[in-house]
Ligand binder design. Sequence first.
Ligand code: 5GP
Ligand code: MN
Ligand code: MN
Length: 477
Amino acid sequence: GEMVKLVERRENVYEIERTGEMHVPARVYGSASLIEEMLEEGDLTLTQVRNVATLPGIQKFALVLPDGHQGYGFPIGGVAAVDLDEGVISPGGIGFDINCGVRLLRTGLSYGDIAGQEAILADRLYQTIPTGLGKGGYLRTDISDVRGILESGMEWMLEKGHATEDDLDHCEENGCLPGNPNAVPTEALKRGVNQVGSLGSGNHFLEVQRVGEVYDPETAAAFGIESDDIVVMIHSGSRGLGHQTCSHFIREFERAYPDLVESLPDRQLVYAPLGDPLADKYWGAMNGAANFAWANRQAMTQAVREVFGALFDATAVELVYDVCHNIAKEERHTVRGREKSLLVHRKGATRAFPAGRPEIPDAYRNVGQPVFLPGSMGTHSYVLAGGPQSLELSFGSTAHGAGRLKSRTQAKGEYTAGELQKALRARGIFVRARSGGTLTEEAPGAYKDIDEVVRVSDALGIGTKVARMSPLANIKG
Ligand code: 5GP
Ligand code: MN
Ligand code: MN
């Protein structure tokens, strides 16, 4: 067919005009080079965001962020905000790995304290935290524990002694949304047993990083980080439980709304109208899976505390913040001069609320919420702060990483595990992975240029640069 037409509005802002069934225009934020990469494999990402613009109740514009690429129905690196009365909830706008997200831990150590012990750290972390697809989590949990977690996430972790008040204060939503364990399918629930505190496969990682350049010292100080600090970044989600929940509801929606599915430009957009019992059910299940993901990242935080505590006397591992990048949340936003409640779908997108928003913890409210953008195991990763333009431009959102450039299959064909590990090792980066396949699929070259994604986010003022880190030790699924 014909290529989707992208019109440049101003630097880094591109638009797809509203035509046909679209309720709003679609927007793509990116530089010329990022957009060129986005279009290398065809214009499916653009077709997808144009389809998203046809969703009932969608507000302002359907969005692709600078790290965007094609996903299930909706682009990854996308935002769709819908009106609560006329809108819909769509699993494809949230993603299979419900509440996949990133948390960053301060360790109280600086580079000099750990230099030379990177390999030991990587080994210990790898031994302590289960990785890959298999069973096992840092915490032992039975079915009733999982139900408790689905209901209250970090609250449950606090009650059971696996989290501190301070940990809860430093999670979006305090790590607890109103989850409905009864809405989560039984097979999904079972998959959660003994998986609390497990990394998962492939793209998920736990990385010890050294803070390098600091761009905004005042904000960095508010976040409690400075140059040469050792921090730990955890990227993981709701594991099999979330995945199974998502697939289950896609099937349920397809069964409940066959005529709708037929009428959609792409059946992967399948949704339930807000207010329908089935929409409520999925929303409650999705919140439950989100709670599970927070508990999962929290359990790994406890593992990090154990490992660092055993190796370094002076360490105190504290949570900087925990952000979700696959989730839908009810939020207040201003649309055409009127403030209203919206359901904001973010898939591969990070909330990036600017200074002043009430959702931001007290300690950060004057500087904006912390935002974390992982790059790859061989490049920089970044700390940003929610930017002053984010509410206007992106419903308070920015990118979630570098974004994939090459498919897993393509990457597997281009790199070899041994060479990759050697090259990383030569740069002082120690990686432990479950398999060679994971390494090649996740090769730094398989991802876009994180520096460029961050540059665009900063230039647009949606997420502004605070500091960047370099990897020292990394464990992967
Ligand atoms: P997701 O898989 O959630 O869509 O994307 C997460 C992002 O994490 C990717 O876009 C990529 O930029 C980044 N990433 C993947 N693997 C690693 C890793 O091992 N270390 C770091 N620092 N970033 C990674
Ligand atoms: Mn994930
Ligand atoms: Mn993720």
